[in-house]
Structures are given as structure tokens and as C-alpha cells.
Design a protein around this ligand. Structure first.
Ligand code: EPU
Length: 350
């Protein structure tokens, strides 16, 4: 097939196994890959995208295909990283949605820029990062984002949204609430040259101490994060998974207090006014579900928050395990769990 627009590739009946980190066997009627996001208005004017609500995929690391997508799958494949401003202390970068997240983190570290190191080794692309406000080891990406560039199919406009416009919250943003309204095309980051590393998360300080590092550099912190992640979290290239499958539940403080009285070891964190965040991994683990398996779908033996595909699990198999986990935790602790990845072809509420 000839390319209807330069830099746009359209594939019919595309295999999505390599485009979702669960490794679920699913096909898309159409896969549309776009190098230059400034051409999106043209892409939305042609078949098969015109009149559709495409499913935008980044690295496919936050999606569970329970069924095949009904609309075309769209991927942005631009990988530019541009310096917008550099005053010696602070550097402003504009990064295309298609850049691999970890590639950006490593590039920043090589350039002596700090801020992203605690987010090393998170799978996925830069375009997906603001959607669920990725976070790990004491840092959320919203702290580093100046603005998000997006295309709005309904109006055909490209918009630049400020950090405030993005309405970031724990694993949440305006993009997550209106998944078809915006297509994230690039992200602007504000990073510091030689800023102090963020060591607030106990696991990092422990890892650095174990390595005998007293004055850690940004690279030391990234190395510590990478080591912790490799130890705890299964590698999607080896065993299919989408990182944490459930969000850590946020509950009223009195609910947390009651749970804590009965379960003194339950990790509980402050989460704003009168609210507490509970460790979903602990709840699942203490409902004896770590390592649980139903056919090829299961809970990771290494981390209770991660669902894994041991080989041939379908999306429906994984969803069945997720529902079993949530029902067991609800029954045992009275706490409702919500999935973090986007479900395609199913809804969580039954
Ligand atoms: N825990 C258990 N059993 C387990 C694993 C953990 O009881 O199998 C308990 C431990 O007490 C541990 C606590 O849970 O101290 C917290 O575990 P961890 O430090 O791994 O953090 P998490 O709350 O489970 C969150 C993010 C991760 C992120 C880590 C580190 C969410 C949904 N998940 O997990 O993000 O890497 O913190 O900051 O907020 C992801 O979103 O895909 C992801 C991996």
C-alpha cells in the first residue's frame, strides 16, 4: 500500500502482540502510524481514521485488551527531543510523544539534568506519561511538566495545555478522564542542571546505603531505582505485565484507622485532606494472592500489585484474575480496588 500522506503508515489487520506489554494476542483492523504529529488534521481527514475515535497506543504498557479495538489504533512515532531554553540552571525540553520514556530519562542524566532519575525504567512512551501521571520512588511526573501539547480531533486544533490545565492527581489527569478528546503529541519538561537528588523514598536511601554511596549523583539514584525495579518488578520483555495493575486505594482517614487497628503492618500514607492511601500490594499479599494463578493468568510471585501473563493468557483470562483479586480483597478488608490500566473491550464496573 502506498503512503497516502508522507510519514504515515497504514497497516490492515495488524498484530498487536508486540504493542501491548501483557503480550495479549489481539489484532486491530487498522494500525495507523504517524511520524509527524503536525499532520494529524490530515490523518483525521482520510480513511480509515475519518469519523472514527482512534485508540492511541504508546508503548502499550498501560492497557489490557479484553477484546479487539473497534476503531483504528493510532501510534505517534516522532522521536524529537528539542531544547527550548537553557539559562544554565534550568533547561526546558520539548519531547515528542513517541520517545521511549526510559530513553529520555537516560538522555537527561547524560546531559547532567536532574528530576527524572527516580522515574528510570518505567515502560512506555513520553506521550503516555502525563495521561496517568506516572510516578515512582517519591516523584510524580507532574512535578517536572511545564506543558503538554495535544491535538483535539473534534476541533482539528493543536493546543498547548499548562500544567494546571492538565488537572494532575495521583495516577490521573484530564487526559485520562477524556481519553478521546486529546491526543498527546509532545511534552515540555523543566529540568535542573545539578539539582539535588530526591531521596525521600526509603527504598532508595536503603539501596544507596547498601552500595556505600554517601553523596549520590543523579546517576547513582537512577542506578539504585533500576536495581530496585529489576529486583521487584517482572520485566515485560520476559513475562507479560503492565506494571501495577491496581491503584493504591484512597480512603477516608477513619476507614484507614479502623483497618490499621486490625492490621498494624498495613502501609498507610497521607493523601490530602482527611484521606489516606493504602498499599494495594500489601492488601493483595495479605489476602494470600501473591503468586496466585488461574491458567496462564496470575498475580506476580514477586510483587502482588502486578498481574502477569505466563504465556497464553487472553485479556479475558487476565480480567478474570483481576476480578478475583478485587473481590477477595473486598471480602477480606472491605476495600475496593480499581484497575490502573485502560481496559479495551470491557468495563470494570459490572
Ligand atoms: N508490598 C507487599 N507485598 C508485595 C509488594 C509490596 O506487602 O508483594 C508492600 C510492602 O510493604 C511495600 C509496600 O507494599 O513496602 C509498597 O510497595 P512498593 O514500594 O513496591 O510500592 P507500591 O505502592 O506497590 C507504587 C507504584 C509503582 C511504583 C512504586 C514505587 C502505584 C499503583 N504503583 O507501588 O508504580 O514503582 O510505588 O514508587 O502507585 C506502576 O504504576 O506500574 C508502578 C510499578
Amino acid at each position: 500500500m502506498t503512503d497516502p500522506i508522507p510519514g504515515v503508515r497504514i497497516t490492515r489487520d495488524a498484530d498487536l502482540r508486540g504493542l501491548n506489554t501483557f503480550g495479549v494476542d489481539v489484532r486491530a483492523a487498522w494500525l495507523v502510524e504517524v511520524d509527524d504529529a503536525s499532520r494529524l488534521a490530515d490523518v483525521f481527514a482520510i480513511e480509515p481514521v475519518a469519523g472514527s475515535t482512534p485508540l492511541v497506543l504508546g508503548g502499550g504498557s498501560n492497557v489490557l485488551f479484553v477484546g479487539a479495538p473497534g476503531d483504528p489504533v493510532l501510534r505517534l512515532t516522532g522521536t524529537a527531543i528539542d531544547v527550548l531554553a537553557d539559562d544554565g540552571d534550568t533547561v526546558q525540553l520539548r519531547v515528542d510523544a513517541g520517545v521511549e520514556w526510559h530513553t529520555l530519562v537516560m538522555r537527561a542524566i547524560e546531559e547532567g539534568l536532574s528530576g527524572l532519575e527516580n522515574l528510570a525504567l518505567i515502560p512506555g512512551t513520553v506521550g503516555a506519561a502525563p495521561i496517568q501521571n506516572i510516578g515512582a520512588y517519591g516523584v510524580e511526573v507532574r512535578e517536572l511538566i511545564d506543558a503538554v501539547h495535544a491535538f483535539e480531533p473534534a476541533t482539528g486544533r493543536h493546543v498547548r495545555m499548562s500544567n494546571t490545565d492538565c488537572a494532575f492527581a495521583y495516577r490521573d489527569s484530564v487526559f485520562k478522564h477524556a481519553p478521546s478528546r486529546y491526543i498527546v503529541t509532545a511534552v515540555e519538561f523543566r529540568l535542573r542542571r545539578g539539582g539535588a537528588p530526591n531521596l525521600g523514598y526509603a527504598g532508595i536511601a536503603d539501596e544507596l546505603a547498601a552500595r556505600g554511596i554517601e553523596s549520590p549523583t543523579v546517576r547513582d539514584v537512577a542506578d539504585a531505582v533500576i536495581a530496585i525495579r529489576r529486583r521487584k518488578l517482572p520485566d515485560p520483555a520476559v513475562i507479560g505485565n503492565a506494571g501495577s495493575f491496581f491503584k493504591n486505594p484512597i480512603v477516608p482517614a477513619d476507614v484507614a484507622d479502623t483497618l490499621l487497628a486490625a492490621n498494624p503492618r498495613l502501609p498507610v500514607f497521607a493523601a490530602g485532606d482527611g484521606l489516606r492511601k493504602l498499599s494495594a500490594a500489601w492488601l493483595i499479599d495479605n489476602a494470600s494472592l501473591r503468586g496466585y494463578r488461574d491458567g496462564d493468568a496470575g498475580v506476580s510471585p514477586g510483587h502482588a500489585l502486578v498481574l502477569v501473563n505466563h504465556g497464553g493468557a487472553s485479556g479475558a483470562d487476565l480480567l478474570r484474575v483481576a476480578r478475583h483479586v478485587a473481590a477477595t480483597v473486598l471480602n477480606r478488608f472491605g476495600v475496593a480496588l480499581e484497575p490502573e490500566p485502560r481496559l479495551i473491550g470491557a468495563t470494570w464496573a459490572q
